[in-house]
Design a protein around this ligand. Structure first.
Ligand SMILES: *[C@@H]1O[C@H](CO)[C@@H](O)[C@H](O)[C@H]1NC(C)=O
Length: 390
């Protein structure tokens, strides 16, 4: 009983076979088919290789969320060279909570240097200008920078320490940790002295005719320096002939989570608008000469993730390519057959040979009939190999 059931199941399963087998001798091969098959395999090979390369490639995904980082501190990394002696200028940060952060509480070093650039510094500045110009035209370049983990840190360009006379400029470099609220980082004349209502800069010793706020920003970033992020103000240089000049940079800082193969970190990017003018109290242009960075934090956070296409998608695409090309080439093949036979119709009819399957010789036919059927058939003498009893 069970055996019968099994037999029946086997029969049903056999009937479900979607791959009918045709005996080889019924299959016809032709040079058209062969050429087409060769081309098909070639095409499949090329497409599979390109598909694998596409799969190996990664894409950058950008997402925006509300900044949920409760860390209330922000690091400012600076490397600025101002065309004035270190003794004359001071840098500090005032934020909207009223707190003043002087470099003494951070880690900003002052270094006497020459304002003129060394060849390495000039090279770096040109590279950055080129990258920034290209970025503003082609945003896809940003993806490439993230993928390659481009390092934008200024370590490879040491300051200019060789020149005539005493150093004419001051390099301020290092980092400051400030409250994560809007604030103002500035460089003005005189060292800052704490004051109950903020702070004041002791500027009395320097004559305004000595002021020179020409400056070069080698680096300005917020948070951890992340590879792939080009900071907008890096390699920016401003030279002025006016003594009393005010430079204002308005920065909008955007927290950014970077998650690539090269790096995984929380950092910040910023957008900047700049403004500069000459202070002239007679013409109504008031203010304090200096360099001011007014920053504010965005409440939105960008997360940048390097992603792969899922493996299942890749497999589905492969199957689609192989199956699709096979099916299409099959259709193409039958179409070609019809076309060729239509064109060489007469030629084909006149050269019909017995080897064509349409006129299978008797012996050929017999090979495939079942043996007991052939034996029971009295007319099986059609087989020329059996001598007729005469
Ligand atoms: C400031 O210094 C730069 C570079 O040395 C120079 O080109 C510029 O003329 C100076 N500006 C003033 C106002 O002295």
């Amino acid at each position: 009983m069970r055996r019968l059931n099994r037999k029946q199941t086997l029969k049903v399963v056999k009937e479900l076979d979607a791959f009918p087998k045709v005996p080889e001798s019924y299959q016809e091969t032709s040079s058209t088919g062969g050429t087409l098959a060769l081309l098909t395999f070639l095409l499949i090979g090329v497409l599979i290789i390109s598909e694998i390369r596409y799969y190996a490639d990664t894409r950058m995904k950008y997402e925006y969320t509300v900044d949920a980082d409760l860390n209330s501190k922000l690091t400012i990394n600076v490397d600025i060279t101002v065309a004035m002696k270190c003794g004359w200028i001071g840098a500090d940060v005032v934020d909207i909570s009223g707190e003043t952060t002087t470099p003494a509480r951070g880690n900003i070093k002052e270094e006497a240097v020459y304002f003129e650039k060394t060849p390495e510094q000039r090279h770096r500045q040109e590279t950055f200008k080129m990258i920034k110009a290209a970025l503003s035209e082609e945003h896809a370049l940003q993806d490439l920078l993230f993928q390659s983990g481009f390092d934008s840190k200024p370590t490879e360009s040491p300051p200019n320490k060789k020149g005539k006379g005493p150093p004419d400029a001051c390099r301020l470099h290092g980092s400051l940790v400030v409250n994560k609220v809007a604030g103002n980082f500035h460089v003005t004349v005189g060292k800052s002295i704490p004051h109950p209502k903020g702070h004041a800069h002791l500027a009395l010793m320097v004559d305004p005719s000595q002021y020179n706020f020409s400056h070069r920003i080698d680096h300005l970033s917020f948070g951890e320096p992340a590879p792939g992020i080009i900071n907008q103000l890096d390699a920016e240089e401003k030279v002025t002939k006016d003594n009393r000049r005010i430079y204002q940079y308005f920065l909008q800082i955007v927290p950014t989570k970077v998650n690539t193969r090269k790096a995984r970190m929380n950092t910040h990017q910023f957008a900047v608008t700049e403004r500069e003018r000459t202070i002239n109290h007679n013409e109504g242009s008031h203010g304090v000469s200096g360099i001011f960075f007014k920053y504010d934090l965005s409440s939105l956070e960008i997360s940048v993730t390097e992603t792969h296409e899922p493996y299942s998608q890749f497999l589905i695409r492969l199957c689609g390519i192989v199956g699709g090309i096979f099916a299409t080439s099959g259709i193409l093949h039958s179409f070609l057959e019809v076309l060729i036979s239509a064109i060489c119709c007469r030629y084909k009819f006149s050269t019909h040979t017995p080897s064509q399957p349409t006129t299978v010789p008797a012996d050929h036919q017999l090979d495939h009939t079942t043996p007991n059927l052939a034996a029971s058939d009295p007319n099986s003498q059609a087989n020329p190999s059996i001598p007729s009893p005469q």
